[in-house]
Design a protein around this ligand. Structure first.
Ligand SMILES: C[S@@+](CC[C@H](N)C(=O)[O-])C[C@H]1O[C@@H](n2cnc3c(N)ncnc32)[C@H](O)[C@@H]1O
Length: 290
């Protein structure tokens, strides 16, 4: 939190976008520094988190606009609000645990649920779901995402097993998928305490939501809508995500339009790790537009 607030270099009267507002943990602390003339725009494609934020931000000083959308549509969102440039953008990527723990949304390999995994809370609006990826994508495409987004060592075996099983019958549920992934990984290679389906589920979720495409869009559009001197602060939890952030920031710096303020990503300190073990893989990068 301290690094995020410092990274955004907040001043009273600023207009700040929290592009992943969820329950508003960061947003409440940001709002407290913006004063009556400030403006906070909170975006999330998940409405449960937005509802929580709405309650928590009900009595703060700055103007608050909460938008239920994918932040990759930042251009349209700011146009609709008649905002040209903003002073800061925060992205705290990834997902909140309540999203993963709701079985009906199909993210969890521990609970029986439909193969959805769409982060949009209305699956009918999703371009496609995990069901389509698992039952229709070619074996090669499955291997590609398992390697690229899951860094799964047994990608080939898992993809082959998925294809063999779906030739017999469609794969319909999360636990069906988790069990067949487990059957593809030899016992002696299983990591203690980590479910063998962890990386495959992560890879399918990233593909189903085009998370990397969305991130690239946000980094590009966000930079264009940043005022001179404005900051972009991004926290990522996945090496592929972090690479995309690092490359985008470097590209902006090489174009002479920005300065990267973090030569190396900031990681969580011991105290934070003791309180929140999930911060283990978090990397924070900061960019300032010139
Ligand atoms: C880790 S949580 C953010 C927590 C928040 N910073 C807080 O302090 O409470 C990440 C949130 O980002 C949202 N999210 C991730 N990618 C998104 C995108 N492309 N568009 C909109 N929301 C997104 C998820 O729905 C989730 O609610």
């Amino acid at each position: 939190m301290d690094e995020v607030l410092e990274g955004l270099d907040l001043n009273p009267g600023d207009t700040i976008v929290d592009g992943t507002i969820n329950g508003g943990g960061h947003a409440v602390a940001i709002a407290a520094q913006l004063g009556l003339s400030g403006h906070l725009i909170g975006i999330d494609q998940d409405h449960y988190g937005l509802e929580v934020s709405k309650g928590r931000l009900a009595n703060v000083e700055p103007r608050i606009d909460l938008v239920h959308d994918n932040t990759r549509n930042l251009d349209r969102i700011l146009d609709d609000l008649e905002i040209d440039l903003v002073d800061g953008i925060l992205l705290d990527l990834g997902w909140s645990s309540n999203q993963f723990e709701t079985p009906e949304r199909g993210f969890s390999f521990r609970h029986e649920g439909p193969l959805l995994m769409t982060l949009s809370d209305d699956p009918t609006k999703a371009a496609f779901t995990a069901h389509e990826i698992v039952n229709q994508w070619s074996e090669e495409s499955l291997v590609d995402i398992l390697v690229g987004y899951g860094e799964e060592r047994f990608a080939k075996r898992i993809a082959k097993t998925i294809v063999e099983v779906r030739e017999q019958h469609p794969i319909e549920t999360t636990t069906q998928l988790a069990d067949l992934i487990a059957s593809a990984i030899p016992n002696r290679f299983r990591k203690k305490g980590i479910h063998p389906a962890t990386q495959t589920f992560q890879a399918i979720r990233i593909a189903a939501n085009d998370e990397m495409g969305a991130l690239k869009d946000i980094l590009k559009k966000g930079f264009e809508r940043l005022a001179p001197g404005g900051r972009m602060v991004v926290i990522s939890f996945h090496s592929v995500e972090d690479r995309i952030v690092k490359q985008a920031f470097r590209g902006h710096q090489e174009s002479g339009r920005a300065e990267v303020l973090t030569k190396r990503p900031i990681t969580a300190g011991d105290t934070e790790l003791a309180e929140n073990p999930r911060a283990r893989s978090a990397k924070l990068r900061i960019l300032r537009k010139l």
